[in-house]
Design a protein around this ligand. Structure first.
Ligand code: MTE
Length: 339
């Protein structure tokens, strides 16, 4: 465990320049630049960092479908905005996109699964943490929002399908949970298992009759889990997570492709061997175990050089494209993990 302590960054709010803090003309089309200036102006006016302020209030007014609005979670009040992760270099994605343009294959194979995902039973909930740990735990629903201090972090989010968002997550660093369970010195990997009940999570229609490797499992190395960026989200836009976004708790690892961020986690296990993971088992040459965002490693079926910014136009075909940045712009935090 000593090596972990050495490699992990201190849990302070030291400001590190991010890779996207290049001259904006090099990385950002003009329209996105002006969106960003508006966004920063809004932030300054609100005194971000001084107190618990939800970034949801930075949103432009939008016409959210009333039925979609019904799916949003309960307001969370006790959190601080982490000033080191308050500016992702792009405007925050409008909430209606982040909560209705989803991947959650347990509920279907399209982006439009938010209504179907309301079948996910989230109360009561137990998250069991065990394996190679000194202090196994079972957290209930209340523990998830009360046991660890909550903070808001605005992170870039990049799907392997080459679309991207910026999401104001609420949650706590994975390291806090790790410290609670005390992994033993034999623990090298950590697996995260999503909720699965074949009666409820019936899967995508293209998967019917196929032997898909449910439940959805993702995994990290123990050093990745201890990294300052690795985060458990229990909310977004100032409220608890909607079911379609992985209520009541999901992984957020912003330097990796989105599929590494398992939703609706029921089990966490510390292991000595690398666990089998869902997409990597289905198609290992398309979905690597590490899956760090990298513009120079194309997906076998498409380039990863650029990404579509979700919600930048009412017509998805006109969503802006921007260049992909190595590690999704978080190289200062994580590049040394892969040296
Ligand atoms: N977790 C589970 N359990 N099932 C999934 O299908 N999809 C992944 C990830 N986590 C997925 C999952 C993929 S491919 C992406 S891009 C993100 O969730 C999407 O998160 P969002 O719907 O909140 O944008």
């Amino acid at each position: 465990m000593d090596t972990l302590v050495e490699r992990d960054r201190p849990m302070s709010f030291i400001h590190l320049p991010k890779s996207w803090q290049l001259p904006e003309s090099r990385i950002t089309p003009e329209a996105a630049y002006w969106n960003r200036r508006k966004f920063i102006k809004g932030m300054v006016g609100m005194g971000i960092g001084a107190s618990a302020v939800s970034f949801a209030s930075c949103q432009r007014p939008n016409a959210m479908d009333p039925e979609l609005r019904e799916t949003l979670g309960q307001p969370l009040h006790s959190f601080t905005a982490n000033p080191d992760f308050s500016d992702a270099g792009r405007a925050i994605t409008e909430e209606q996109y982040a909560t209705s343009y989803n991947n959650f294959y347990e509920f279907g194979g399209t982006k439009n699964i938010w209504a179907e995902a309301q079948n996910l039973p989230t109360d009561p909930w137990t998250l069991a943490v065990g394996g190679l740990v000194n202090n196994p735990q079972k957290y209930d629903l209340d523990d998830l929002t009360k046991r660890f201090p909550l903070e808001e972090r605005v992170y870039r989010f990049r799907c392997v399908e080459a679309w991207a968002m910026v999401v104001p997550w609420l949650g706590f660093p994975m390291k806090a949970l790790m410290d609670d369970v005390e992994p033993t010195s034999n623990a090298r990997y950590v697996s995260f298992t999503s909720f699965y009940d074949p009666e409820i999570t019936t899967g995508p229609s293209w998967g019917l009759g196929r032997d898909l490797p449910w439940p959805y499992v993702e995994a990290l190395t123990i050093e990745e889990m201890a990294n300052e960026l690795a985060f458990f989200a229990v909310g977004l836009y100032g409220r608890t997570l909607p079911k379609q976004n992985g209520a009541p708790i999901r992984m957020v690892v912003p330097w990796k492709y989105g599929f590494k961020g398992g939703k609706s986690i029921v089990k966490i296990e510390f292991t000595s061997e690398q666990p089998a993971t869902y997409w990597n088992t289905i198609s290992p040459n398309e979905y690597g175990f590490e899956a760090n965002v990298n513009p120079d490693v194309p997906h076998p079926r498409w380039s990863q050089k650029s990404e579509k910014i979700v919600g930048t136009n009412t017509n998805p075909f006109d969503w802006e494209r921007q260049e992909t940045i190595i590690y999704n712009g978080y190289g200062d935090y994580v590049a040394d993990l892969y040296a």
